[in-house]
Design a protein. Structure first.
Length: 434
């Protein structure tokens, strides 16, 4: 018997004010079920965070209802879902997952199953409602724990109580047994985000289908059960953009121990993380995108860590520059954060007296933009300023003679390296000026 395992769908998610993220989530979910159908896997567990928030809006709820209806009614999928922390409100209102279940529970073909939300229980007398048999005959037993919105210490007690009761309930029951849960385990996430330890998963379970941690994790060393987190379907934080391990897990329960493999998604949007100052951003962006594969019409998202400081401006013209770069490179650019730096190649470091003349200020600025510093830096900066003045003030043959004279000077071996030019090659200077 094989089952599919997904988690952290986050339907309706928009991040960084980029609406395309919500589209990416939908497309990734569609591709995941295409993969599962191709692999003849019809029982799928979704371990929490079906939606990105408890009230995701009618558009996203209706889309989810229609999507899962097609899977259950037309494709005969058997789907078990539990709410995660993003699904459960702070109060006692119904969740969007409750609405999903109400809309899909009576559909014939496959099955859509969701356990009762914890605040609806009458003590622990409804514990059996959390246990469901899936996969036909012989099938498997699934214990589906909904997310508990309590303070961390109380949540730990609640889950330990539940797990001990489930252990007693399932002890001696034959066949594969699966735990579905949505919380972090110590060692797999930050200590403040961990609810329990891996050793708290009872040995009565063969497989722990976990959600909540946005990482691809398969662990067989810290519990008698195989513990797995499938990762979110798309990156939803800057720290998640480098991971390519995304896609449904397929769990084979026919052997002595579960065998787990991930089938990776192939139509993901590309994300780049780029650190740059405003001066180098166009060239650094060009290099980062060189050879980048594109999937259909999906524009890559570039997360820029912008270097700023006392000598490196954040750039009042940055929005206009981003618009131009997005159009030129056909990408989506966001400033992820601003990183303060004290010195950076290309920064304007003004080495001058406070009462410097305007000409001395211009010389200092030009010196700071040279490829290197050295004994000829002042001379090169002076020549560049003369070049600027010639272009602004001369015309006709005077302009041509003036530029030629300065160009001959700049192409001398002792000066050319300051501008990254090859000496004695006029074309390199023309290209640089262009």
């Amino acid at each position: 018997m094989q089952i599919g395992h997904l988690a952290d769908l986050h339907i309706g998610a928009t991040r960084w004010r980029i609406q395309e993220v919500a589209e990416d989530v939908r497309e990734a979910l569609e591709e995941s079920f295409e993969i599962l159908e191709r692999e003849h896997v019809k029982t799928v567990l979704i371990s929490g965070d079906i939606f990105d928030e408890p009230s995701p809006g009618n558009t996203h709820v209706i889309w989810a209802i229609n999507f899962f209806r097609r899977l259950v009614r037309d494709k005969e999928f058997e789907i078990v879902v539990i709410p995660g922390d993003h699904d459960v409100p702070g109060g006692r209102d119904e969740t969007a997952v409750d609405l999903l279940y109400a809309a899909l529970s009576d559909i014939t073909g496959g099955r859509f199953i969701s356990p009762p939300t914890i605040y609806k229980w009458n003590g622990w007398r409804s514990l059996n409602d959390l246990v469901v048999k899936v996969g036909g005959s012989p099938g498997a037993i699934v214990a589906a724990l909904p997310y508990v919105r309590e303070f961390r210490d109380q949540r730990q007690k609640t889950y330990r109580t539940l797990l001990n009761k489930l252990k007693a309930l399932l002890q001696g029951v034959h066949g594969p047994k699966i735990l579905m849960a949505h919380f972090g385990l110590e060692g797999f996430t930050h200590p403040h985000d961990a609810t329990l330890q891996p050793q708290d998963i009872p040995g009565v379970f063969d497989y722990a289908a976990m959600g909540h941690i946005h990482k691809f994790i398969i662990d067989t060393s810290q519990s008698e059960a195989v513990i797995a987190y499938p990762n979110s379907l798309v990156p939803l934080a800057l720290s998640e953009t480098r991971s390519r391990e995304r896609g449904p897990l397929i769990v084979d329960l026919s052997g002595d121990a579960p065998h787990v493999q991930q089938i990776r998604l192939t139509r993901q949007r590309v994300h780049h993380v780029l650190e740059s100052d405003i001066y180098s951003l166009p060239e650094n962006l060009r290099k980062a995108l060189m050879g980048t594969p594109r999937h259909g019409e999906k524009k890559p998202i570039v997360h820029v860590i912008l270097q700023v400081g006392e000598t490196i401006p954040a750039g009042k013209k940055l929005p206009k520059l981003i618009d131009e770069l997005e159009e030129t490179f056909n990408v989506i650019i966001r400033i992820a954060k601003r990183k303060r730096v004290t010195s950076q190649r290309g920064a304007i470091v003004l080495d001058m007296e406070k009462n410097a003349t305007p000409r001395e200020v211009e010389i200092a600025v030009l010196k700071s933009l040279l490829k290197k510093s050295g004994e000829h830096a002042d001379k090169v900066a002076e020549l560049l300023l003369q070049l600027k003045e010639a272009v602004l003030n001369l015309q006709g043959q005077d302009l041509e003679r003036g530029v030629d004279r300065i160009a001959e000077e700049l192409l001398k071996p002792e000066y050319a390296s300051y501008l990254g030019l090859k000496p004695d090659k006029r074309s390199t200077l023309e290209g640089w000026l262009g």
